[in-house]
Design a binder for this molecule. Sequence first.
Ligand SMILES: [Ca+2]
Ligand SMILES: [Ca+2]
Length: 164
Amino acid sequence: MVANPKTVSNLPKAAFPLNRDGDLYKSSLTDTSHHIALLLSFGSTTGQEPSTRIKMSLSSILSADAIDAAMKDCQAPDSFNCKKFFQQCGLTKKSPAEVKKVFGILDNDASGFIEEEELKFFLQRFNPGARVLTEKETKAFMSAADDDSDGMIGADEFQAMVLS
Ligand SMILES: [Ca+2]
Ligand SMILES: [Ca+2]
């Protein structure tokens, strides 16, 4: 990387030993360029990392109030109804792209499918303190979405169920 000459000339002159003609010594300039290059690469690394590390959360797509209402309605075991839940949490009104984002969050291991193991923890994706779905609820949820009966919910199946 080459240091911007403007940046270098803006630095205090005393920082650079000058030769007879008032030019910077080459070695000094090289050191400075290297130092600036390091600073720049450090800056860009720290500037990029947070955005790639932050995992998208459901609360950035759905309103907290709607999530709360949907969660309250299925606190008792075996009271969960996926269609009702999707309506209450506002997912049915979201765009296909947003529904796909929600699918990506529920597909915790990024396998491209929501498996039964992931479905069991469905409510906990909305609120970490929530209960796990009962086996009965998990199976009912799966069969409501799993059109091709492969035991997993694909993105298309999820979309079709939410928007049906
Ligand atoms: Ca998965
Ligand atoms: Ca399937």
